[in-house]
Design a protein around this ligand. Structure first.
Ligand SMILES: NC(=O)c1ccc[n+]([C@@H]2O[C@H](COP(=O)([O-])OP(=O)(O)OC[C@H]3O[C@@H](n4cnc5c(N)ncnc54)[C@H](OP(=O)(O)O)[C@@H]3O)[C@@H](O)[C@H]2O)c1
Length: 231
């Protein structure tokens, strides 16, 4: 899969390096071409660096790493990215005192509204960069869930494949509006990392237990709440 990284910072470099190691052709785009080229040299494995526009043109899958910067501001010709999958791994800034507010409109929704002809998928926002140091086997041995959300089933399948090869267990968290939930999960993990001092390799894992065939608790009876409150 040809991958274009939009913004050659920490996350772009880390994920790009892992995918380049796996044989994907990588193009690092930056506002600063020298920076992009130096990241590409560091990554090796045939990775190249250049402008944001060239990265956008190159990739079948693009990775947007510039929090809250619309694609139309990064790339002068957005027709270059029509039909492409865009991974949005951004999180909101961490609020002072780790006081997170509800997400009423996600960064991903804003990105998708700005570039309606692309297929934006929220993913890779739930782990600190340090976790990607681990190889796929180590990550897989911990059954780490990677939530993804967006409206295109095909785009989510592409992103799920890129997640699986790094050892993650992709979990489809639903349509675009659920990116609000995934960003909230990003806040949660950052609270766990920084607020409870679990550290930068904290991760979440969805587990589905087998159904118990005992009925010790009396079973689920009809709720006494009004219908609209019943769940
Ligand atoms: N770091 C983590 O552990 C982590 C984990 C999960 C999610 N995230 C999220 O991932 C995103 C990136 O984080 P990061 O740690 O990689 O940050 P970073 O190292 O600062 O990289 C962000 C990149 O965005 C680009 N950028 C910034 N403003 C831009 C603009 N106006 N126009 C074009 N490009 C611009 C810059 O690329 P150039 O300078 O190359 O142009 C910059 O290198 C953030 O939203 C963050 O919340 C980070």
């Amino acid at each position: 899969m040809k991958i274009g990284i939009l913004g050659s910072g920490n996350m772009g470099r880390s994920l790009g390096l892992r995918w380049a190691e796996n044989g994907h052709p990588l193009f690092f785009g930056s506002r600063d071409i020298d920076q992009a080229k130096s990241v590409a040299d560091f990554v090796g494995n045939g990775a190249v660096g250049g402008t944001l526009e060239d990265a956008a043109r190159f990739g079948d899958v693009l990775v947007h790493t510039a929090r809250a910067v619309p694609l139309s501001e990064m790339i002068s010709d957005v027709s270059l990215i029509h039909g492409k999958t865009v991974i949005d791994l951004n999180n909101r800034p961490i609020f002072d005192g780790l006081k997170f507010e509800p997400v009423t409109q996600s960064l991903t929704e804003l990105l998708q509204a700005d570039a309606p002809n692309t297929n934006v998928v929220k993913a890779f926002n739930m782990f600190a960069q340090e976790l990607y140091e681990h190889d796929a086997a180590t990550i897989a041995s911990h059954d780490v869930s990677l939530f993804l959300a967006g409206n295109s089933r095909e785009a989510k399948q592409q992103v799920a494949a890129l997640a699986s090869e790094l050892g993650f267990t992709p979990v489809d968290a639903g349509p675009l509006e659920n990116t609000r939930l995934v960003e909230t999960m990003g806040d949660m993990i950052r609270y766990l990392i920084a607020g409870t001092k679990l550290g930068s390799t904290a991760a979440l894992s969805v587990q589905v237990l087998p159904t118990s065939n005992t009925k010790r608790l009396g079973g689920r009876v009809d709720s006494k709440f009004a219908k609209h409150q019943s769940k």
